[in-house]
Design a protein. Structure first.
Length: 228
């Protein structure tokens, strides 16, 4: 499901993805740092999602949890806890494969060193790129969420699954990119990776797919309730 036109927020995503290309090609930034930023971007999105869910929980207290054809009202903190565990597992696997393939872990450290010590990899160039992504996600996602007061009506389950479409794209980019880095090909292929990542993030209507899935869940739940 592709978008027919770009939103204002999409341009923030495009600009933030162009920063690494410009840095590697014209400022001499290390291609490894770019893929480190892509890996950290996963943690950044997860943090913003937790913040959105926390704000929604403070307003709504509880929401509907759908599970195998049944539904029940549970605390918003349950959604947050479940998301941190589930999303954290995704991030841990992604960063473990990336750091192992790119050979950036210190000698003798474990597979999850990057995941638990990500702050050690943030240098000046990484900070600039990460700040660009941070600003873009705040402008594209978080600030509109507050201004439109979506925390009053947005289903917690929808908020919980919003990041996953882009995370799959990032995982593919980071893991495949780390393999290129191991052969010293990162700088030459950074343009290909960045453009492909940008296309899928901007043009694929992840939100539309999620909205339809959520509507189907609600209709199914309503149909089951009507039987009784």
């Amino acid at each position: 499901m592709l978008k027919r036109k770009l939103s204002r927020g999409d341009f923030f995503i495009i600009i933030s993805n162009l920063i690494p290309i410009y840095g590697v090609w014209f400022l001499g930034w290390n291609a490894v740092d770019v893929f480190i930023v892509y890996a950290l971007e996963t943690l950044l999105i997860g943090g913003i999602t937790v913040l959105k869910m926390l704000i929604t929980t403070l307003f709504k207290k509880k929401d509907v949890w759908y599970n195998k054809g049944t539904s029940s009202n549970v605390s918003g903190f349950f959604f947050i806890f479940f998301f941190i565990l589930h999303f954290g597992l995704f991030a841990a696997v992604q960063t473990a494969i990336f750091s192992g393939s790119a050979k950036i872990n210190p000698p003798g450290s474990g597979m999850l060193h990057f995941f638990f010590h990500f702050y050690e990899y943030i240098n000046g160039d990484v900070a600039i790129m990460l700040a660009g992504f941070g600003v873009s996600y705040l402008a594209w996602n978080f600030i509109p969420f507050l201004l439109r007061q979506e925390y009053k009506t947005a289903p917690m389950m929808l908020l919980m699954f919003q990041p996953y479409g882009r995370i799959f794209i990032q995982q593919f980019t980071v893991i495949l990119g780390s393999m290129f880095l191991s052969f010293g090909l990162g700088s030459g292929f950074i343009l290909v990776f960045a453009l492909a990542k940008t296309f899928f993030e901007v043009m694929v209507n992840f939100q539309g797919v999620l909205d339809k899935s959520m509507q189907d869940l609600q209709k199914k739940d309503q149909s089951e309730s009507n039987k009784f």
